[in-house]
Design a protein around this ligand. Structure first.
Ligand SMILES: Nc1nc2c(ncn2[C@@H]2O[C@H](COP(=O)(O)OP(=O)(O)OP(=O)(O)O)[C@@H](O)[C@H]2O)c(=O)[nH]1
Ligand SMILES: [Mg+2]
Length: 334
């Protein structure tokens, strides 16, 4: 019998092992049980596929001459930009998603200037929101302008919103009734899924690369829900003196070790609770891995998958966080 693939995530369907991906009771179904449960009950199951499989899928995209859309999440910009390009030399357009999660006061121009400062090579850059339908018309016109054949791929890190974007395009620009599976968990899409938009355009969804340093790999599903930016992030500013610390939920602690009175502005999901405390009197989260950072003027502390903290003055800080989560500094993004 011919192989059959799930219409939601692309995995090969099988009716032999309920514990394995792609399981369906009946091979007449078009959607695997994992997608069905995610779509209907919000019951999320983590995938067991490896990043190596996803990398080889990306490399296969790299063997085509088709236009590639590199999708990144604006809240996790620097890390989402990394790694993807080394697997392909296709003509590539950079699309920055989740504009709705950034404060409205930030101008798109400022974001574009930040990207230009990184010196990356893309044929064009577009800022969009797949969920809030921002600049989607502009994006589709650019896809039609740059495509080199009928096939256009959407690639990126996991959770950047590739499937959400394609769903948006399917619903607004085609008669196709397909629905790709989306979820806040890493690795929702498991294989290539081709969507016929019309006779001139086939969009291909791909599994996102897993970023080992991203915090979403190390949180329980309940905690993960708090990280979803459903609305615009409301930055929280604290005036901090050396000797004080900020504790963000049970996730991360930032101790201000040395420096002048400084302003710390947090760009993190609104549902996370922040406490400012006296560092000496507080032992909370000190059991986590400790990282010492030294910041220059106008730098951010970026916590991969969570958000960032904007500082104005020079500072020495200690960060306490899960040892697998990547934390780094960059010049102020906004
Ligand atoms: N705020 C906001 N969230 C978005 C947007 N687009 C997608 N999301 C959310 O991002 C999460 C991941 O979306 P998916 O479409 O599953 O991401 P993906 O890139 O296909 O992920 P993989 O299949 O794992 O590679 C979901 O919680 C979406 O609701 C957007 O424009 N704005
Ligand atoms: Mg997906």
């Amino acid at each position: 019998m011919d192989k059959k693939f799930c219409r939601g995530c692309g995995v090969e369907l099988q009716n032999e092992n309920i514990a394995l991906e792609g399981y369906v009771n009946d091979l007449d179904n078009d959607i695997c049980q994992r997608c069905f449960r995610m779509n209907n009950y919000g019951d999320y199951q983590v995938s067991t596929k490896s990043n190596e499989e996803f990398i080889s899928i990306l490399k296969s995209v790299g063997e085509t001459n088709n236009l590639v859309i590199h999708l990144v999440d604006l809240v996790n910009l620097d890390k989402d930009l990394s790694d993807i390009k080394k697997y392909m030399s296709n003509k590539m357009m950079l699309v920055l998603n989740k504009r709705d999660a950034l404060p409205k006061s930030v101008k798109d121009e400022k974001i574009i200037n930040y990207i230009k400062g990184l010196g990356l090579d893309y044929i064009d850059i577009v800022i969009i929101s797949a969920n809030k339908n921002y600049n989607i018309d502009l994006l589709i016109s650019k896809i039609m302008k740059y495509k080199t054949s009928n096939q256009v791929y959407v690639v990126g890190k996991t959770n950047t919103g590739k499937s959400s974007l394609i769903n948006r395009l399917i619903h607004d620009y085609s008669d196709n009734i397909s629905d790709l599976t989306i979820s806040p968990l890493p690795s929702t899409t498991l294989n290539l899924v081709s969507i016929v938009m019309n006779k001139d355009l086939v969009l291909v969804d791909t599994p996102g690369l897993i970023d080992r340093g991203n915090i979403t790999n190390y949180l329980r599903p309940g905690e993960l829900k708090k990280l979803i930016n459903k609305k615009e992030i409301k930055p929280k500013t604290y005036q901090i003196k050396a000797g004080q610390c900020l504790i963000i939920d049970d996730i991360v602690r930032i101790d201000y070790v040395e420096g002048e009175r400084n302003s710390f502005t947090l760009y993190i999901p609104n549902s996370l609770k922040v406490k400012r405390m006296n560092a000496k009197k507080q032992i909370r989260l000190k059991e986590l891995s400790e990282l010492n950072l030294e910041l220059g003027y106008r730098e951010d502390i970026v916590i991969n998958g969570l958000g960032w903290v904007k500082l104005v003055d020079k500072a020495k800080v200690n960060i306490y966080i899960d040892k697998n989560v990547e934390v780094f500094t960059r010049r102020n993004f906004i």
